[in-house]
Design a protein around this ligand. Sequence first.
Ligand SMILES: Nc1ncnc2c1ncn2[C@@H]1O[C@H](COP(=O)(O)OP(=O)(O)OP(=O)(O)O)[C@@H](O)[C@H]1O
Ligand SMILES: O=C(O)C1=C[C@@H](O)[C@@H](O)[C@H](O)C1
Ligand SMILES: [Mg+2]
Length: 189
Amino acid sequence: MSNAHTPHDMSDPLRQARRITRPLVLVGLMGVGKTSIGRRLASALDRDFVDADEEIERAADRTVAEIFEAHGEAYFRDGERRVIARLMEEGHGVIATGGGAFVDPETRALVLDQGLAIWLDCDIETLVERTSRKNTRPLLKTSDPHAILRDLKEQRSPVYAQAQIHVVTGDGPHELAVERIIEELAAWQ
Ligand SMILES: Nc1ncnc2c1ncn2[C@@H]1O[C@H](COP(=O)(O)OP(=O)(O)OP(=O)(O)O)[C@@H](O)[C@H]1O
Ligand SMILES: O=C(O)C1=C[C@@H](O)[C@@H](O)[C@H](O)C1
Ligand SMILES: [Mg+2]
């Protein structure tokens, strides 16, 4: 017997989600999965994927940490704003942003107007665990990353909440988060 219409069949949501032509822009805190989920989402939707932090590093020929160290956060934010404007203009399929990008009012307005912002969200304990695996994030090079993430979550959540789509990723597999995003995209008009 065919199971084409079981609740887990993604073909219909996938078809619906594929009709969206705007760039899909992932926003949310460090470690929530913008890069790793974004890459898988792009593949499921048959779109190209680009990561803004990686593009900034390519353009500056330095790592994000080196840019922060050499020039400070304000300088990084200026470059980040320009790079994201270019990526939006180029019309990439899925764009993973750095955790602070959507907090910038200019970037946020551009993304909301021309793209579709997807806020990936999860609990602090999961974020602390994931970000502790790699010590490359300048804002978390402190003795208490838990407190930094908690404060950032409090400050930024009202801003991230302006995204058109909100998905709580939890600590399930990446594929589950991709399925949830596709279902939300399918329902979005
Ligand atoms: N849903 C998930 N299930 C399991 N592991 C995950 C999940 N999401 C992310 N991870 C893991 O957590 C780590 C951080 O994820 P990722 O780099 O994608 O986050 P990010 O949002 O891009 O962070 P940043 O803002 O610092 O770039 C990676 O090792 C990734 O594989
Ligand atoms: O949340 C943030 O402000 C940041 C997140 C990372 O993706 C990088 O863009 C950088 O480390 C800053
Ligand atoms: Mg990332």
